[in-house]
Structure formats: structure tokens, C-alpha cells
Ligand binder design. Sequence first.
Ligand code: R5P
Length: 285
Amino acid sequence: MIIGGSACQKLAAKVANELDDYLCPVESRKFPDGERYLRIKGEIEKEVVVIQSTGYPQDENLMELFFILKNLKSLGAEEIKVVVPYFGYGRQEKRFKSGEAISAGIVAELLESAGASELFCVNLHENSMADFFNIPVQELSAMPLIAKHLQNILDDPVIIAPDKGALGHAQEISSILNCPCDHLEKTRISPEVVETRVKNLDVEGRQTVIIDDIISTGGTIVNASHLLQENGAESVTVSCVHPVLVEDAIMKIFATGVEDVLATDTLISEVSDISVAPLIAQALR
Ligand code: R5P
């Protein structure tokens, strides 16, 4: 039995189709004062899968997820597998300045106490986030799906990580495509501003692909795209797992002259063309 939260209706339906499982209808809406009303309309089975990303509006999606989980528990569900394709608040996994809330850890605790018995996520921003949980956590990688997509449109590209943190993703894709990979050097000045430099980059006359886990403001990709073109790249394609895409991020990225932006459907966006449904279905199976 599969339940899809508001942020993952289409994805939940696709996963239910892949697994040939019952997709349970949920009524989730707001009262005039802004408070949430939630009703699970089907017969509750003992084992349930709940799929909900916790991107924007983060707090609303989280609260809805907590309502679903607590409600399922009190209606008799015994085992609840929670799939959070995009884990919001995942970038605050430690105290960077004194007094800061460790948001990722708090969300993890709340999810667990709300009734999650197992968690599935797609490319967590930090692998260490799994340590916040006492329940089993499976982190799934969307890189093979992205690689398969790239294989169909590009011939022998160079895969570029826009910073060292994304190098693992670039390596995962380049090893599948059997092509070279490299990374740029990035320094974050503020949430909106990044500085990017190159080392010995060899992209002259090559088709390039920038791969990152998240595109948020787009600043990281804009810098990387400019640098690759300045260094003679024939073309730049951009790919990411989680298209957070704040405000006009997609416009800023396309304005640099990139060929395309390819993202997965962990979050709904105009570039979410690669579905992680088969990946989630396979993990649940
Ligand atoms: C940072 O470590 C992440 O992997 C992304 O590079 C970052 O979240 C992208 O943010 P923005 O699009 O705002 O530059």
C-alpha cells in the first residue's frame, strides 16, 4: 500500500504502478486559517509505504508527512517505510556557527518519533546524515539513471563536478559512461554567492556535463558553465538530482548558453524529466 504526500503525487503513482501496489487516496487540504486537514481514505494495511519529498514549502510538507505517519500508526499500521526522495533541511547537518539548530538532526528525530520504521532517500547531501537515525536508512543513487539518460544524448563527454564535494557523483557517472571526469574549485561566500576557479582543466573542444546533487540559486552552475566555455568546451549540459531551483535559477543557467538542464523528479520542476520511480520501486521490492 502506497501513500503519496502532496509533494510526490505523480512519483507515488509511478512507484505504485511499477510495484503493482494499491495507491491509497489521501485528502490533504488547508482550513481557511491555514491549518492542515488530513484524511487517509483507504483501508489501512499493516505495511505501508509513504512517499513525500520535503522541499519547498518545507515546513508544510514536513507537517503533512508527520500527520500521515502519526495517523497511520494510530489507525493500525505496523511497519511504515518512508521514502523522502529529497530530504529538506539536509544542508544543515552540523552547527556551522554557535547556537545554530542542527535542522537535519531535528527532522530525523521527528520522523522517527512520528512512526517511520525504515527510511529511503535519494542522494542525501551528506552521507553522514544517516547517522542521525536509529532506524535503517537506505540512500539510493540516481547517478545510474542520469548516466543512462546522458548516454542517449552525448558521445564521450567530460563530466565536471562544480566543486570537490560533487566529485563522487561525477566519478560515478564517468565510470558508467567510461569517460573522463574532473572537478572545479568552489568557495561559498554566502548562500547566494560562490567563487569558482579552475585547476588544470582539459575541456577544449569537448562536450561537457556539469553534475551536482542540488541546484538551488543556480550560482554554482552559472559559474561552472562560464568557466567551461571560457576554457573552450564545445557544449555544456547540466544535470542534477534535486532541482530546488530558487526563483529564476533556471533562467540564469540557460542564459549562460547551456544546451540543457536535466534533473530527476525527486522535486517537481520544469526540468524534472528523469524519473526516480524505478530506483525507488527496486529498493522497496
Ligand atoms: C553544495 O554543496 C551543493 O552540492 C550544491 O552545489 C549547492 O547546493 C548549489 O547551490 P546553488 O545552486 O545555490 O549554488
